[in-house]
Design a protein around this ligand. Structure first.
Ligand SMILES: C[S@@+](CC[C@H](N)C(=O)[O-])C[C@H]1O[C@@H](n2cnc3c(N)ncnc32)[C@H](O)[C@@H]1O
Length: 264
């Protein structure tokens, strides 16, 4: 699981731009420049990303509270507060976590933080290579027991819907009943995309992670026939929001869909 990794600091990467918005420190000048241009087009962008990260935390909390102790985090990103390892471990001390990312910086930092922890592994891989990812993940995770699959804020970086759909089907098939699937996706829920959406997409298309939005029905299909937990597929901000949390506003609400399903 420990392939060598190479980083190109000249080309902005989606993972490092995301890290910049979340207030992290793992980004280069090219990442900050792309992030600032996108921010000028859509000032709500960091709020949308924080909203996605909050959904991730709530989804992991629900899975951990249900007793799940195995996590396959697909498109895990650069480690930051509220990520899967910190959230899951706070609730299930001996949780096993496999993080997968196509970005070398994300993988290097995840490995560095995990140190020699035998309950963690970080794979440099494209999550659509589901067979290879599952084979490596099975070195740490027992696929005969429930796994929490996380595909949070990443599917919109995979434009080939058929390939993505096939990969997700393979993950769903490989895991045991009682497994969870948490997904979120950039969308334009509720009408014509606003002008800034095109600008933001154009900027991301110059990074290592070109981005696209999908409609609600297309997103729903990624769960296959697994039943959704309440409240179903909804704006990420409305998925079991924390009591007393602030309303993030309409732009944030319509920008990101989310849901969690359980394998029957
Ligand atoms: C916006 S970040 C989301 C990180 C984390 N899931 C979260 O919600 O906070 C998206 C991550 O997905 C990664 N990514 C994009 N396409 C990918 C792919 N095909 N396979 C694996 N990772 C991918 C990017 O490198 C980036 O780190």
């Amino acid at each position: 699981m420990g392939a060598d990794v190479e980083v190109d600091p000249q080309r902005p990467s989606g993972a490092r731009v995301y890290d910049y918005y979340l207030g992290g420190t793992h980004h280069f000048a090219a990442d900050r420049e792309a992030a600032e241009v996108a921010l000028a087009a859509m000032p709500e962008l960091p709020a949308v990303l924080r909203c996605g990260r909050d959904f991730l935390r709530r989804a992991v909390t629900v899975a951990a509270s249900a007793g799940l102790s195995q996590y396959l985090d697909l498109g895990a990103g650069i480690p930051a507060a509220g990520d899967v390892p910190s959230t899951a471990r706070a609730l299930v001390g001996d949780a096993r976590i496999v993080s997968v990312d196509v970005d070398p910086v994300a993988v290097v930092h995840t490995r560095r933080l995990a140190g020699d922890d035998p309950r963690s592994a970080a794979l440099l891989a494209d999550l659509t290579d589901a067979g290879a990812v599952l084979e490596s993940a099975a070195e740490l995770l027992d696929l005969e027991r429930p796994v929490c699959l996380l595909v949070v804020a990443v599917a919109h970086f995979i434009p080939d819907t058929e390939r993505l759909g096939r990969a997700l089907e393979r993950y769903r098939d490989a895991v045991a009943p009682g497994s969870y699937l948490a997904l979120s996706h950039a969308c334009n829920d509720g009408g014509e995309p606003p002008p800034y959406a095109h600008q933001v997409l154009r900027i991301y298309n110059h990074t290592t992670s070109p981005m696209m939005m999908r409609e609600r029905d297309e997103f729903r299909a990624f769960f296959g026939d697994w039943p959704l937990l309440d409240p179903g597929v909804v704006p990420a901000a409305s998925w079991r929001p924390s009591p007393g949390g602030e309303d993030p506003g309409e732009v944030v609400r319509r920008s990101l869909l989310a849901g969690v399903a359980v394998k029957p």
